[in-house]
Design a protein around this ligand. Structure first.
Ligand code: AMP
Length: 570
């Protein structure tokens, strides 16, 4: 059995090191030493997580549920110092770890002794004895009990477990214990170092360790598998989220051969696991969000014909006009813990599926996109709220651009360009998936004119004439018009705002006193003879009114020139 002290000593060593190579060596020798202990499987799994400041595997729903005040309470009880004094120490040291260490060093011996007489029955154990050493597995067991404590009296139980731990650990151990409890170890060891350390400790290939991690999402289990030299056997498991394949920025110039073009939907990613009647849904961060999405669960159960499948897709919240709602609306659905059915009605979700990683006991990640896509299409029954994302196969940038325009017009973000020959690479951001979105650098422009709307909007201003500022001459140089991105509500608010600045009107055209600055997003800046600035905005969209800016604070014609030069051609 390995003592927690051995772990704490390794942390102390690592804290004094800056080089990640050296850190890797310290972690790998710790792992090797533990592999020779009495129960390496249990201890290696725990330590691989503890060393990154995590208690439970990423895929697990367990949480300690211990906030700072509970922790201070426990340190106070174990050290005999008042909670106020603990808080003061936190302020002085800026670190709960140092606080725990100092508190236990300074702690008033008499009051500390008293803690041994406290009732530990609720914490499922006897009082710690002086000089007793605590093992890594003991610490984890206590943390497990803390995570499981629920209902009435659970706070009390948690504090008692923590008090027990702080009562048993030395000051140095308590430093790292306190930090792990808040899941902030702060020694600079992340996933990359643990991955390399596992490979180094057990003579395995880093790539093999990485692959296993991407598939089962738990470095603790990967570490134990590496010890047994069994990494090749690691496979996708239904119910355990795998890391998502990611995209990097691209442009239409990247289309040199056939690409699969799909809309880049403006929603949020989901990974769906279906195992007959059991459906689990994981978020972009691979957290289990099944309970918040009963509508999606139902659709998957009834519209996916396969017995078992792992699917990749994007859910979109749709408004009455069929366009995607703001991201915050989707968040409301994902975060909802109660009254979920009301929310399902209020914010309906639409699911676009675009990939499949597993089908009826067979992993598909090593198949190409053509094959995966065909499998996906074969198991989805169409439904009004549920579909396989449309895909266009083309090597023509103009065709891809047309899809892009259609996606933007529908209120989505742009397009994805996918290499149809590529495998599904979990956790990888590479060239096989490229995202193309509008350039988002905005311009702050002065409103110098406007036009009355038409039809039922004849009494509202429908579009605005924009200008940039020439500081040399003090002139406002026109650059384009904006009428998009303005909601109905904003249309009337803005009409009211601008009524005070109207200088003259000819037909539907209005001349305005330069007073208001708009922040404008656009897709491209083109050279133009039509406007005095020499440039025109393509697809401009109002982001917001910059009430904090005066016309002289608006962007200069020089900045426009710079942006036009630096723009990424489509
Ligand atoms: P970004 O978040 O800007 O890095 O873009 C990648 C994200 O686009 C993915 O994680 C998905 O959530 C989202 N996305 C939307 N539509 C698609 C699609 N058709 N294929 C892949 N990802 C998509």
């Amino acid at each position: 059995m390995t003592s927690f002290k051995e772990f704490a000593d390794a942390c102390e060593t690592i804290e004094g090191i800056a080089s990640s190579l050296e850190m890797t060596t310290v972690v790998s020798s710790l792992l090797r030493r533990i592999s020779e202990s009495g129960d390496p499987d249990t201890e290696l799994a725990i330590v691989s997580r503890f060393i990154m400041g995590r208690v439970f595997p990423d895929w697990s729903d367990f949480e300690l549920g211990v906030g700072p005040s509970l922790l201070y309470d426990a340190i106070s009880r174990a050290s005999g110092l008042q909670v106020l004094r603990i808080k003061q120490l936190v302020r002085e040291t800026g670190d709960v770890g140092e606080t725990a260490k100092v508190a236990l060093e300074k702690g008033d011996e008499a009051s500390k002794a008293q803690t041994t007489f406290l009732d530990f029955a609720g914490a499922g154990g006897t009082a710690p004895e002086a000089g007793q050493t605590i093992t890594i597995a003991d610490v984890f067991e206590r943390m497990n009990s803390i995570a499981h404590a629920s209902g009435k009296g659970s706070q009390q139980t948690k504090v008692k477990h923590l008090q027990y731990l702080f009562g048993t650990t030395s000051p140095v151990e308590s430093k790292y214990l306190a930090r792990i409890v808040l899941e902030e170890l702060r020694i600079g060891v992340g996933e990359g170092i643990v991955r390399d350390a596992i490979a180094e400790a057990f003579g395995e290939d880093v790539g093999a360790v990485e692959r296993a991690y991407m598939l089962i999402n738990d470095l603790g289990e990967v570490c134990v598998t590496a010890l047994h030299h069994d990494l090749d056997a690691v496979a996708i498991r239904i119910g355990r989220p795998i890391k998502l394949m990611l995209a990097q920025l691209g442009s239409f110039n990247d289309i040199t051969t056939v690409y699969a073009i799909e809309w880049k939907f403006d929603g949020t990613r989901v990974q769906i696991h279906k195992d007959r009647d059991h459906v689990r849904i994981f978020s972009r961060r691979l957290e289990d969000v099944t309970n918040s999405l009963p509508d999606i669960v139902k659709l998957v159960k009834s519209k996916i014909t396969a017995n078992q499948a792992i699917l990749d897709g994007e859910v979109v919240a749709v408004g009455d006009d069929g366009k995607p709602l703001a991201f915050q609306e989707i968040l409301k659905r994902f975060r909802r813990k109660y009254d979920i059915s009301a929310m399902v009605q209020k914010i309906p979700l639409y699911l676009n599926l675009f990939d499949i990683m597993y089908l009826d006991r067979v992993s598909l990640i090593d198949e190409d996109l053509y094959t995966r896509r065909a499998r996906l299409e074969g198991i989805v029954e169409p439904h009004e709220k549920f579909s396989v994302a449309e895909q266009v196969l083309t090597d023509d940038p103009a065709v891809a651009h047309a899809v892009y325009r259609a996606a933007l017009d529908a209120g989505h973000e742009g397009v994805m360009l996918k290499n149809p020959d590529s495998v599904y690479s979990p956790g990888k951001r590479g060239k096989n998936w490229l995202k193309v979105k509008p350039i988002m650098e905005t311009l702050d422009l002065i409103v110098v004119g406007a036009d009355w709307g038409e039809g039922r909007r004849a009494n509202l201003i429908g579009s605005y004439l924009l200008a940039c500022y020439d500081a040399d001459t003090g002139e406002f140089l026109e650059i384009g018009r904006v009428g998009t991105g303005i909601t109905d509500e904003q249309l009337s608010e803005l009409t009211e705002l601008f009524s005070q600045y109207i200088i003259s009107e000819v037909g539907s055209a209005i001349e305005l006193k330069p007073a208001v600055v708009f922040e404008i997003a656009y897709e491209e800046l083109q050279k133009s003879k039509h406007y005095a600035s020499g440039y025109a905005l393509r697809f401009p969209r109002l982001v917001r009114v910059r009430f904090d800016k005066t016309p002289e604070d608006a962007d200069s014609v020089e900045r426009v020139e710079r942006l036009a030069g630096g723009g990424r051609g489509l």
